[in-house]
Design a protein around this ligand. Structure first.
Ligand SMILES: [Zn+2]
Ligand SMILES: [Zn+2]
Length: 364
């Protein structure tokens, strides 16, 4: 048996339950004992009822753990490294079938027609352990899994599978180029990774825009060359400031990870002629923005959204973060720690809700 903390529905307290562990694993599956989970903003939004969500459900789609049992045929990770019981692994937020239109033809496996997403499904049916707020997780066949280097801390590795991999996929999707002047809107978890990872991929300079000084200060530790508090300046001054930092041209690449669509028109103004805009943050339904289509056409802009990621970008994010962990304090992003109890997980969600932390940690 293994313990989980269950989401029972909006405005209902979480509950602790025990479910039986699978003795026989299907081909390609893995049973993992979770050593640490981190709480993502979208877990909080599900818990708050900001989006339709199934219950009863084990929330959590960021975590790290060690292999308890390997299903038949599961002997290598997605990067080709051999896997054995006891190995520490990270896994993608989803399992995809590999055979449908989006998996095979359209380069969007995260939109697989048979998609399974951890922390997003009903958990009172086998295999039960479908989220990271539990002692175990059942890794489905078709999930990208990667062995974690021994000298990488759980705290550094856990948030990779949502925030860092999403950003790594986004930078590729929008075609980030070495030498780009990058403006990031939003210094939350995605924004801090966007700063470090774009720097690691050759950004000439990173300019971080946010409204919280605390987060802006943190952005400096994650590679931001300039920080701008958008609340203390006018839009016009902000655009001029960014032009002055980019020889008068404007940004090559703007990344929206603020989570609010209202920042998007300003992002368009910041872009240079021929610039590219990656929208990844304002994912919530019914949030809208208005653009001057003249600007989009005359400035020859490319505007692209990207949701979630192709599993390979978890591997890319893992490599980038591992290689650069002496330059950026990734460990600082995770914490404080809460126990895997109803009280602990509730407190972790509340700590995120009250903006006391960016990645609270749940330890079984
Ligand atoms: Zn997430
Ligand atoms: Zn598919």
């Amino acid at each position: 048996m293994g313990k989980v903390i269950l989401f029972m529905g909006v405005d209902k307290p979480l509950e602790e339950r025990k479910f039986p562990l699978s003795e026989e694993l299907e081909s390609g599956a893995i049973l993992v004992r979770i050593t640490l989970a981190t709480v993502c903003g979208s877990d909080m939004h599900s818990w708050q009822g900001r989006r339709p969500f199934p219950s009863l459900s084990v929330l959590g789609h960021e975590g790290i753990g060690t292999i308890v049992r390997l299903g038949p045929g599961m002997n290598r990770d997605t990067a080709g490294k051999p896997l054995a019981e006891g190995d520490r692994i990270t896994w993608a937020i989803m399992a995809n079938c590999g055979n449908c239109l989006f998996c095979r033809m359209k380069g969007l496996p995260q939109k697989c027609l048979n998609l399974f997403k951890y922390g997003h499904v009903k958990s009172d049916v086998p295999p039960y352990f479908t989220g990271t707020f539990g002692e175990y997780i059942y890794i489905m066949p078709g999930t990208g899994v990667f062995k974690v280097p021994e000298d990488m801390a759980d705290e550094e590795a856990s948030p990779l599978m949502c925030a860092a991999a999403t950003v790594a996929g986004g930078l590729n999707w929008i075609g980030m180029q070495p030498g780009d002047n990058v403006v990031i809107q939003g210094a939350g978890m995605l924004g801090l990774y966007a700063s470090a990872l774009s720097k690691e991929q050759g950004a000439k300079q990173v300019i971080m825009v946010d409204i919280l000084d605390k987060r802006l200060e943190m952005a400096k530790e994650f590679g931001a060359d300039h920080i701008i508090n958008a609340q203390r300046t006018s839009d016009e001054k902000l655009v001029n400031h960014i032009k002055s930092l980019t020889s008068g041209w404007g940004a090559d690449l703007v990344i929206e990870v603020a989570g609010f669509a209202k920042v998007i028109p300003l992002g368009v103004k910041i872009l240079r002629t021929g610039g590219r805009y990656l929208i990844q943050g304002s994912v919530y339904p019914n949030d809208s923005f208005t653009l001057d289509s003249h600007d989009v056409i005359v400035k020859c802009l490319t505007i692209a959204g990207l949701h979630n990621y192709d599993s390979m970008y978890l591997g890319v994010a893992l490599d980038l973060v591992y290689r650069s962990r002496d330059r950026y304090p990734y460990k600082k992003l995770a914490g404080p720690k809460f126990p895997l109890t109803v009280k602990g997980v509730t407190a972790a969600l509340e700590s995120l809700e009250k903006r006391k932390s960016i990645r609270p940690v749940v330890v079984p």
